[in-house]
Structures are given as structure tokens and as C-alpha cells.
Unconditional design. Sequence first.
Length: 480
Amino acid sequence: MVKICCIGAGYVGGPTMAVIALKCPAIEVVVVDISVARIAAWNSDQLPIYEPGLDDVVKQCRGRNLFFSTDIEKHVREADIIFVSVNTPTKTRGLGAGKAADLTYWESAARMIADVAKSDKIVVEKSTVPVKTAEAIEKILTHNSKGIRYQILSNPEFLAEGTAIQDLFNPDRVLIGGRETPEGRKAVQALKQVYANWVPEDRILTTNLWSAELSKLAANAFLAQRISSVNAISALCEATGANVAEVAYAVGKDSRIGPKFLNASVGFGGSCFQKDILNLVYICECNGLPEVANYWKQVIKINDYQKSRFVNRVVSSMFNTVAGKKIAVLGFAFKKDTGDTRETPAIDVCKGLLGDKAKISIYDPQVTEDQIQRDLAMNKFDWDHPVHLQPMSPTAVKAVSVTWDAYEATKGAHGVCILTEWDEFRKLDFAKIYESMQKPAFIFDGRNVVDPEELREIGFIVYSIGKPLDPWLKDMPAVV
Ligand code: UDX
Ligand code: UDX
Ligand code: ADP
């Protein structure tokens, strides 16, 4: 029986290993983590992450050929294939602060593998890492090898949160990079055999190590660039009277461009896009390519611009002040169908509104109050460095309340900001919400989930990203 061990039971490691276990009954999969609480949660009925379909997969194989454990060394020692899926935060201090990936966790995992291994291992990079990390890891392992042979593979994960299980069941492609030596090729084949249990052969791509590592950064950069492109156009749509939904549809009909991933929004979030682009920028700078670095940096600048543009619209439409006004925030997660708030645009929007002394009342179907308070207390990049967490200032705490109901959040509010595209927001009784709000009642739709015309008929003043402006907003030009 092939034995797989995955170091890191996070958003990537957990679901990926659960699906490998489900699809490969002949393989034993053990997911290990230093966090006792996380492993306990994976072994309970309350999994540590919310992901549609995940409970079902875990239930089917946990205790059969899928295990979660904190006994890291034992399982690493016994495994044939070791996936490393630990976090790679952005460095907050020292060389490359604010850009470069912090490989501390990766390095300590590699040193631990070298310490405990007693047989040959295939070590697979699963976390997104800078190009050439595999080389560094290879050096750590071979310089401490005690005669054991290691093969390093890069096998980046392309799943998106909220659709992780679907993405893993039916991936567009699986990418495996390895050394172009006979041993390297053999290791690539061994991992290919695992995926071949359910992924058609023509979707399993094999490349050299560096291509695999760079493809992951490039894919995320391209995806984020599409969103910044459509968001840049959304600003121009508002200025000219064009409708971004119509423009995006027309553009996406070109088969060379394609229809997906062209929804204008308040900005992209999530743990990957910004981090990976910053990483790409840093790598370009280190390789003497400032023009290329600046090109990609612009994708992040437009994303930041989109978030501050949204806050400016809110404040300027409400007579240039939101001080003391209740603003309801519907949706805090970085996208629907996940409870994840890492880099969610809601954090920047809420902080912007709090900066103007608003009182905000937040409702999200999956995010807890504790999480929201922690997110709003954090500095940039702290989310990936749990030790840096600071308590929120008492005045800020008072200005934020969290409810478990959209109607409660909007009651008595002057304005409503929709920041996540949860399906349930489309079905809200907006006439009821309107009745309970202060007048004039404003809706700022950062995800284009509501029909502006319908809401205007109820009496709302409506702002939707990239849609023709409400006459009210034309009279109150925002500094954008
Ligand atoms: C992303 C990549 O899609 C995935 O392949 C990679 O493995 C990890 O990073 P994820 O961050 O989970 O996945 O979600 P994704 O669906 O890509 O959305 C990222 C952000 O972009 C979200 O905030 C989302 O709301 C936003 N988005 C997405 C838009 O604003 N408009 C779109 O058209 C699509
Ligand atoms: C373009 C648009 O494709 C077309 O829809 C529009 O109506 C007019 O502008 P055209 O300029 O005729 O058409 O040719 P196109 O095939 O788009 O190529 C434009 C340039 O991009 C060429 O120099 C081509 O060599 C280059 N190109 C194209 C690349 O360098 N790489 C590619 O992958 C594709
Ligand atoms: P991702 O989104 O990439 O999956 P997460 O932050 O969700 O990242 O998960 C990474 C996991 O890796 C965390 O649960 C963390 O506790 C774990 N981890 C970090 N370093 C180590 C290590 N040296 N050994 C075991 N687990 C680790």
C-alpha cells in the first residue's frame, strides 16, 4: 500500500487529501499539522473549514484510509510520498518585507523531513511558493540526507474555495513538475499514477520543476489581472453611462477572451491573488526586470483603487459624511460559499467606513463575530501571521456590531453595502428592508447581485459597480 503524508491541514491540504483518499482506496493518506485544535476539528463533526461537499467526502473515508494526526514525525517517517502544504505568508519584516514569501514554515518542514526520514521519499510542493523553492528544499534535504534519496516535485493546486471539491473531482489540469533525470521522471510517474485514479491522462501535464512553480504564480496573476481589467473598465462605465455587465458580456463572447471571470466587483480578495502577485513582483525585481514587476504591480493598484473608490462613493453620496450613521454590511467573506475572510475586500471597505466614523452592522452567513473583530483589528498581512494579532481599540469595537440576520443588520440603517455575492442576498425582501431604514435609503452593491431598477422602484438610491449612475449620484460626484 502506498502511503501519503500531507504536512499542513489547511484549506489546500485538507480537501485535496480527502479527495485523494476517496478516489484511491488503495492509498493510505494521513494529514498532519502542528495545530492540535485544527487536527481535533478535522477529526470531529465540525470541520475547521466550510466547503460545500467536503463533509460528505471526509465522512466516507475518515478512519478508512484517511487520517488526521498531530504525530507528524511518525507519519512522515512511514510515508512514501510527502505533500507539503504549509502556509507561505508574505514577509512582514526584513528583506523583501511586504512582497517576498516567508518560507520559514517550509524550511522547518523540510528540515524535519530530513531529520526523521529512514527511507527514500518523494517530497511534493503543494503550497504556492516562489520559483526555485524546490531547488532550495532539495539542498536542505540532500545536505542532510544520511544516504536517503529524495525527489522533489512541484504539484501546485489550482482549486478555488467554495468549489474545492468540484475542482478536485474534475480539474482542468493537474500539473506535475520534476527533475529531468531518470529518477526525477520516475517520481513524476509515481505521482501521476495517484491522480490517474480519477483524472483523465490528457489532463495531467508534466513539466520541469521551474515551469510548474511559475505556472501557478502566472495563472493566479492572469486571473487577478482579468478582474482588475474589468474593474478598471467599470470605473469608465460609470463615467460614460455604459453598463459593465453588457461590456463584459460582449467582450467575453470573443472566443479568444472567453466569458468566465469577468464579473466587476468591489475588488478581488482571498489568500492567493495578492500574495502571489506580490511574490511575482518581488521575483521580477530580484531578477533585474523592473518593467515586468511594474506591469503586475498595477493589477494590485487597480484592486486597491476599486476598494477605495467604493468607499468614496458611499461617503460622497451620503452628503460627504457617514459619521455616526449606521451602515449595514451584507457579506464579509471574500466570495460566496466560503467562511474565509483572508484579504477580503470587506476588511478595507469596513476600515474605510470606520475611518469616516460610521457605525457598521455586519451580517455574513458563514463568518463568526470573533473572526470579523479579529480581521478588523489586524494590520496588512497580519492575517497570515497569527502571532501579530492585536486587540481592537475599544472605540472601534463599539462601532462594529455583528448580527446573524440581514434584516437585523439593515434595521435603522442609512445605507446597505453588499460586499459578498451570497445567493441568499438576491432573495431578500427589499421592500421590508426599505421600510425599516432611515430615508433616503441607500444601497451600494459591490457585487452586482441586485437589480437596480427594481430597488429604485421601491424607493432606494442605488449604486451598482459599473452600472449607469443613479441621478442622485450624478449630483454628488465622488472623488474617484
Ligand atoms: C484562486 C484561483 O481561482 C485558484 O485557481 C487558485 O488555486 C487559488 O486562488 P480563490 O481565491 O479560492 O481561488 O477564489 P476565486 O474564485 O479565484 O476568487 C478570487 C477573488 O476574485 C474573490 O474575491 C472573487 O470574488 C473575485 N472575483 C472572481 C471577482 O471579483 N470577479 C470575478 O469575475 C471572479
Ligand atoms: C486585431 C483583433 O484581433 C481584431 O479582433 C480587431 O478587429 C482588430 O485588431 P489584427 O490586428 O488584425 O486584429 O490581428 P491579431 O491577430 O489580433 O494580431 C495582432 C498582433 O498581435 C499581431 O502583431 C500578432 O502577431 C500579435 N499576437 C497575437 C501575438 O504576439 N501573440 C498572440 O498570441 C496573438
Ligand atoms: P493553505 O491555504 O495554503 O492551505 P493554511 O494556512 O490554510 O494554508 O494551512 C497551512 C497549515 O499548515 C496550517 O494549519 C498550519 O498549522 C500548518 N503548518 C505550518 N507549519 C507546519 C509544520 N512545520 N508542520 C506541520 N504543519 C504546519
